[in-house]
Design a protein around this ligand. Structure first.
Ligand SMILES: *Cc1c(COP(=O)(O)O)cnc(C)c1O
Length: 399
């Protein structure tokens, strides 16, 4: 117990060394903050004696629905499970096509494959906006298209009005992959609440880190009912409800999954929700420093210039290296300075599995940025020295 309360206090490097994990970055790509409140919330959940889905999950769902201003929120095991449930709930299945940006984490395409549908990849808008291009979404639609899975890349709202308009005209459902975008808004509307269903992830490097975890949000009562059933084996009651004496038995209405979240994780989520707005703003200030120092420096570009009426969640700090830059050399300079970097993402359509599957379409703008993308460290409690160290290393590496 003293371990839990007293630990997780040192620097990132110290903690990483404690855990026996190599290598030790001076500035990691992302980092979690185990504050006192979070530690106490988890300890209280542990001491409560109810560890699986229970009252904390229910409370987290209510709080998350409030954040998104949706009627319903259903907590799940991870963001991939959220996408899986959403696709099934809107009736996607074998033979259907689902349009999705290739510049994306592979989870969306994998979930589409798992339900027997096929992913049709669309392009991004361009260098300044790495979200999916509405015109290319329209071009990708066929008579077999059942849904569009948009992705708010880096926590920047995609061009949702145009996409919703296209989907409306064609009778196609829009699912939002809002894994990067909790707390982001577009003209006052929360990301995740604009399409039929919004999907979130609470993986450790996301804006609300919980180890693993996810959420679906919706205003649709029937969608909610179906996703609650699918989440837990199609069963009509949860163990918690039976434990409380609210139910003694259950029926199985469909063949579901175990995609449940547990109360320990919900406690972590509840402890962090009140700080989300400040944490996202802190991310935004760091991105602002990067932009000021790096945008325009020797041909470096930083996508997503600030837009009036848009509040991003600033999940990622992404720059585009000058065309022709050898990215692995830049990354090696950063690594030598103890700075972790990444690439979000190797385009999905280029992976071996997806190269051999689905309808192939030209994705010139995705291909053009893919070799230039570089993700820099970003986390809310990143200090000025760390931000400066990153900027120094990038300006030294790009010549
Ligand atoms: C993280 C992520 C997911 C998957 O979430 P998990 O919780 O890791 O399953 C899906 N889509 C995007 C865009 C993500 O970044």
């Amino acid at each position: 117990m003293t371990e839990l309360v007293g630990g997780h206090r040192g620097t990132v490097a110290q903690r990483t060394a404690d855990a026996g994990v190599a290598p030790v970055w001076v500035v990691p790509l992302s980092d979690v903050h185990a504050g006192q409140e979070l530690q106490e919330a988890v300890l209280a959940a542990v001491r409560s004696g109810w560890w699986s889905a229970g009252p904390r999950v229910a409370e987290f769902e209510r709080a998350f629905a409030d954040l998104c201003r949706t009627r319903h929120a259903i907590a799940v095991a991870n963001g991939t499970a959220a996408l899986h449930l959403a696709l099934l709930a809107v009736g996607c299945g074998p033979g259907d096509e689902v349009v999705i940006p290739s510049l994306n984490f592979v989870a969306g395409a994998n979930a589409i494959g798992h339900i027997g549908a096929s992913a049709v990849f669309c392009d991004i808008c361009g260098d300044d906006d790495l979200t999916l291009d509405p015109r290319d979404v329209e071009a990708a639609i066929s008579p077999a298209t059942k849904a569009i899975v948009v992705m708010h890349y880096g926590g920047h709202p995609c061009r949702m009005d145009e996409i919703l308009d296209i989907a409306d005209r064609r009778g196609i459902t829009v699912i939002e992959d809002a894994a990067h975008a909790p707390g982001a808004t577009l003209a006052g509307r929360p990301c995740g609440a604009m399409g039929a269903i919004g999907c979130f992830s609470f993986f450790s490097n996301k804006n609300i880190p919980m180890g693993e975890g996810g959420m679906v949000v919706t205003d649709g009562d029937e969608l909610e009912r179906r996703m609650r059933l699918l989440r837990s084996h199609g069963m009509t009651t949860l163990s918690w409800e039976r434990h409380k004496g609210h139910a003694t038995t259950y029926d199985v209405l469909l063949q579901g999954f175990n995609f449940r979240m547990d109360d320990l994780r919900a406690a972590m989520g509840l402890a962090q929700l009140p700080r989300l707005r400040d944490a996202n703003a802190a991310r935004g200030r760091i991105v602002g420093s990067y932009r000021q120092a790096l945008h325009g420096f020797r041909g470096i570009r930083m996508p997503f210039p600030p837009r009036i009426g848009t509040v991003p969640a600033h999940h990622l700090a992404v720059i585009l290296l000058p065309p022709g830059t050898r990215r692995h050399e830049v990354r090696a300079v950063l690594a030598a300075a103890g700075i972790q970097s990444s690439v979000h993402y190797p385009p999905t359509h280029r992976f071996s599995w997806y190269q051999a599957r689905g309808r192939r379409r030209p994705l010139p703008r995705t291909d053009a940025v893919s070799e230039r993308l570089l993700t820099l460290p970003l986390y809310p409690h990143m200090d000025d020295a760390a931000v400066l160290a990153v900027i120094d290393a990038v300006t030294e590496a790009v010549r």
